[in-house]
Write a protein that binds this ligand. Structure first.
Ligand code: HEC
Length: 197
């Protein structure tokens, strides 16, 4: 199964590359993504509770989809983050049909930057045992696998204030503000709740 998928992915890349050569204006192979692709979450553009960016200088189109209330298909190059350690990136159309061309990433973040811990399409499982795709595919089809709190996905156990705190304390950011005593307390509770046994 996995080998078949790899083979298919390989074939797709080969045919996509050949296609790109013949047209030379459009890159239809997957995007080149590595540790350096990701940095401080707050340097991205905030939309409601999450952040978006573009790897292909197409932020306007990404924002156009993110800002509608009735959904839409995110353009290739879109990057979406809610918490520092998890990212979705949109590849060119046809790159991963099963996931609407989204690739899921789990990152280890530190003041030194991001390290990709896991990446992939239908089989990335986060550090809490949840399959990214398994949850995100439950978003109503018009929302292109973007869950937010109202699109039909199973909820995550983090409230708005906790999410805001994780964004505020992204260790990759250089300008993190000092936390209030109350925020420190919340962060401590969060770390304890999610500590590995
Ligand atoms: C238990 C189900 C579940 C799992 C597992 C899960 N997510 Fe999510 N994810 C959600 C929900 C629900 C939201 C929206 C939460 C909110 O806005 O309050 C969300 C939000 C996001 C967002 C912001 C855009 C959006 O969809 O709202 C990104 C990016 C994201 N998740 C990536 C990932 C990645 C990458 C993984 C795996 C490493 C993952 N998620 C695993 C349910 C899940």
């Amino acid at each position: 199964m996995r080998i078949t998928r790899l083979l298919i992915a390989g074939l797709l890349i080969v045919s996509a590359t050949a296609h790109a050569d013949s047209t030379s204006t459009q890159a239809t192979a997957g995007l080149d993504i590595n540790d350096k692709t990701f940095s401080c979450i707050r340097d991205m553009t905030k939309v409601r509770g999450f952040y978006v960016g573009s790897l292909t200088d197409n932020l306007e189109q990404t924002l156009a989809v993110a800002n509608t209330s009735d959904g839409g298909t995110y353009p290739a190059g879109s990057v979406v983050q809610l918490v520092p350690g998890e990212v979705m990136v949109k590849h060119p159309e046809g790159f991963s049909t099963a996931t609407n061309d989204w690739e899921f990433f789990e990152l280890d973040v530190s003041p030194a930057g991001s390290k990709i811990r896991k990446r992939g399409f239908v089989d990335v499982v986060n550090r809490f045992g949840g399959n990214c795709f398994g949850c995100h595919i439950k978003a109503k089809p018009q929302f292109d696998l973007v869950c937010e709190s109202t699109h039909g996905c199973d909820p995550i156990p983090l409230g708005k204030d906790m999410l805001a705190l994780l964004q505020k304390t992204d260790p990759r950011c250089e300008n993190n503000e000092a936390l209030t005593a109350e925020e420190l307390q919340k962060l401590k509770m969060l770390q304890q709740a999610f500590a590995k046994p």
